[in-house]
Ligand binder design. Structure first.
Ligand code: C2E
Ligand code: CA
Ligand code: CA
Length: 682
């Protein structure tokens, strides 16, 4: 019967026969490290130290054997054959001495290892045949010498070849097998005993050799693994260090590397007695990009800016991102101030072309503050602080420019420190008072509101302007406390005013950002006895942008209360009417900078006119502040402004002067000549 055909393919390999396994084991014993160049190199290194000894011992033993047989054995055996064998050995010895100090490729090393195995076989066979051929010519002593020559030489050679198993084993087999057979055939018990002894010793040697070879190989492999692991660890640690010093978003060096580079620059400059500059670069109005277009757009913008700045970096210019929209620069080569301004111009040029912001293109400018070593400071902290101050100063006075820290800044800093010190210990209740400046409807000829303006009479510093102490109050986080005291005082004054007069009160960015302060403000309004509809809070665009969501919440709650909100200093910031719409603001105060130019300049009137028209369209109230002269008043009136604030109408005055002021204003006429008397400035 035909057996059914199995469709299954038998994948298991046929069992290995015994003979085949023996061959495989034997072949592996005589194999060379073909695929392992490192092992081959280690073996070669060990052998190149030992093989010369092998030849020296072999040569001296051979010379001794020839010498003792000279005269008794034929010259062919005492001179010619050993001479040839010795010449070959000397040639090999010299070759080894040469190779010891040579670099070789893995292929060459492997060829040399193969050469040793071959030499062990051929030279082993040559010396064995020669020694056994001498045997019949000697007396009993000389015959013993032959036997000892062979036994000891093979042991010694095995020792020297221990790291190369194939060579040592081949030599053992080639010498020991004929040796044993030969001496067994002599029939002399002493010689047979010596031969047996030698075979036993050689057997032991082979076992030790095999173990030793395995240990040696394992050692090399573990050494290699250790090296690999060390390399891997080093690589990981290098990568870690690189990432730890890199800003992920822009791939520029980060804050940490900036300070490390600053320390290095300081050491270099101190040693070489040279100058260098530390510059801090801050993008103008970056925050509004984040607020308006979202953080993803902000990140994209930073990436683009980072890329452009990166192109400016060189061995002399180190540029890092310090965080947010702030970048730190170290200019190693700046012997003259002109170098700094040149660099500033280069940066401006690099940032000039528009970046993608959200779904449109926008140009972004930057301000740069610079501190020069050693004039501005001699430590990293000093230099950084001063560059930061120059930047801060630049942001306030020269946005989009480059400011180098100078002695003048030093004086300002000292003064600011004194103000801060005094402000921290000030008693707001007794030292702070409110000045009021009227906002006048020049068509109705009456005061429609008073803006409350904070005044500080410090026992130590005397009169300090709000432009000075309000930023200090913000910086020291004391503005919340101060605002509450000022508002209480302002509300107490407003309580007795005629009901048609509004109280305008300034809120700072930090007020809007603090839920606690805003809750206290609302409580104060509710308990003041002044109708919330008579209260108008003035906020600036920058204050809104500080934390737009929080500001929007605060404004909504003030609206809920019934209070009104005015956008102060309009025209100095982004001048976006978008906020007005989104936040349902009630009024716009056109900044005084437009009024200064209204008489002589063509642009200012055009801008004012547009804003007034927009306010009319959006049904917003509009106040223009900073009117100082009759000409300015006429000009702004002609542009459609009717609600006016400014020194021409009145400077801010103290509470006691208000009743008189209301009457004075009502008695003035604004279409003809101005009133002659003006209230005293507070
Ligand atoms: P602001 O809110 O824009 O106030 C108007 C400033 O312009 C006042 O300066 C006022 O005296 C001044 N001013 C009014 N008319 C004229 C004019 O015709 N010409 C010129 N050159 N200036 C005029 P002041 O009182 O020194 O206040 C400066 C700033 O300090 C205020 O600017 C406001 O931002 C801040 N400030 C004042 N009081 C407070 C307050 O109680 N809280 C907060 N957060 N800020 C306040
Ligand atoms: Ca104001
Ligand atoms: Ca203002």
């Amino acid at each position: 019967m035909i057996p059914p055909i199995s469709h299954k393919v038998n994948c298991t390999p046929p069992p290995e026969t015994r003979r085949r396994r023996c061959w495989r084991v034997a072949a592996s014993l005589f194999s060379l490290p073909v695929g392992d160049p490192e092992l081959a190199a280690s073996q070669f290194k060990m052998l190149s130290a030992q093989v010369p000894f092998l030849y020296i011992i072999l040569l001296s033993n051979a010379v001794a054997l020839s010498f003792t047989h000279f005269g008794t054995a034929p010259n062919t055996l005492t001179l010619l054959v050993p001479g040839l064998l010795i010449i070959i050995s000397v040639w090999r010895l010299v070759s080894w001495a040469r190779w010891r100090h040579q670099q070789a490729t893995p292929a060459v090393l492997l060829r040399r290892l193969r050469g040793i195995v071959l030499a062990a076989g051929l030279q082993g066979a040559g010396f064995t045949i020669w020694a056994l051929a001498l045997f019949p010519y000697g007396d009993a002593y000389a015959q013993c010498q032959v036997e000892f020559f062979m036994a000891l030489t093979v042991i010694c050679c095995n020792f020297c070849l221990m790291q190369l198993r194939a060579a040592a084993l081949l030599l053992t087999v080639i010498v020991t097998v004929p040796f044993l057979i030969f001496f067994l055939h002599t029939g002399r018990p002493a010689l047979i005993a010596i031969a047996g002894n030698m075979v036993l010793v050689n057997g032991g040697m082979v076992l030790i050799l095999l173990r030793n070879h395995n240990t040696f190989t394992a050692l090399i492999i573990s050494e290699r693994q250790l090296t690999n692991r060390q390399q891997e660890t080093q690589h990981l640690s290098d990568e870690n260090l690189r990432l730890a010093n890199l800003d992920i978003l822009t791939s520029l060096p980060n804050r940490r590397s900036f300070f490390a580079a600053l320390d290095q620059a300081l050491t270099r400059a101190a040693r070489a007695d040279t100058r260098f500059a530390v510059a801090l670069l801050d993008l103008d109005r970056f925050k509004s990009v984040n607020d308006v277009h979202g953080h993803a757009a902000g990140d994209r913008l930073l990436t683009q800016i980072g890329l452009r700045l990166k192109r400016l970096a060189s061995s002399q210019i180190f540029i890092a991102r310090l965080g947010g929209d702030e970048f730190g620069i170290i200019l190693s080569d700046c012997q003259m101030d002109a170098d700094i301004f040149d660099f500033g111009a280069t940066v401006k040029l690099a940032l000039q072309s528009p970046c993608v912001v959200g779904d449109r293109l926008a140009s972004i400018s930057c301000s740069i503050g610079v501190a020069i070593y050693p004039q501005a400071g001699i430590t990293a902290e000093e230099l950084f602080e001063r560059a930061d101050y120059a930047l801060y100063f630049g942001k306030q006075h020269n946005k989009g420019g480059i400011i180098v820290y100078s002695d003048e800044h030093e004086t300002t800093i000292r003064k600011a420190a004194r103000v801060e010190q005094a402000f921290r210990v000030a008693d707001y209740e007794s030292e702070m008072w409110i000045a009021f400046q009227p906002i006048v409807d020049v068509t109705l000829i009456r005061v429609i509101a008073f803006e409350a303006l904070a005044r500080w009479e410090s026992p130590e510093l005397k009169s300090v302007a709000p432009d000075v102490f309000i930023p200090v109050a913000e910086h020291t986080q004391l503005i919340g406390e101060l605002t509450i005291v000022l508002l209480r005082k302002a509300l107490a004054a407003a309580k007795i005013w005629p009901p048609k007069i509004t109280l305008c009160f300034n809120l700072s960015a930090q007020n809007l950002g603090s839920a606690d302060t805003m809750a206290a403000v609302r409580r104060l309004v509710q308990s003041s006895g002044v109708a919330p509809s008579r209260i108008e809070f003035e906020v600036t665009e920058t204050a809104l942008l500080e934390d737009f969501d929080q500001a929007a919440k605060a404004i909504a709650k003030l609206h809920e209360l019934g209070a009104r909100i005015a956008l102060d200093d309009f025209g100095t910031g982004f001048s976006s009417l978008g906020y007005v719409h989104r936040l349902h603001l009630d009024k716009i105060k056109i900044d005084k900078s437009f009024v200064t130019d209204v008489v002589h300049n063509r642009t200012a009137p055009a801008i004012i006119k547009t804003i007034v028209a927009l306010c009319q369209n959006l049904q917003l109230d509009c106040v223009i502040e900073g009117v100082e002269t009759e000409a300015q008043l006429r000009a702004v009136m002609a542009l459609g402004c009717h609600h006016i604030q400014g020194y021409y109408l009145s400077r801010p005055v103290n509470e006691a002067a208000l009743t008189r002021l209301i009457e004075d204003i009502a008695a003035r006429s604004f279409t003809t000549a101005p009133a002659e008397t003006e209230p005293q400035d507070a």
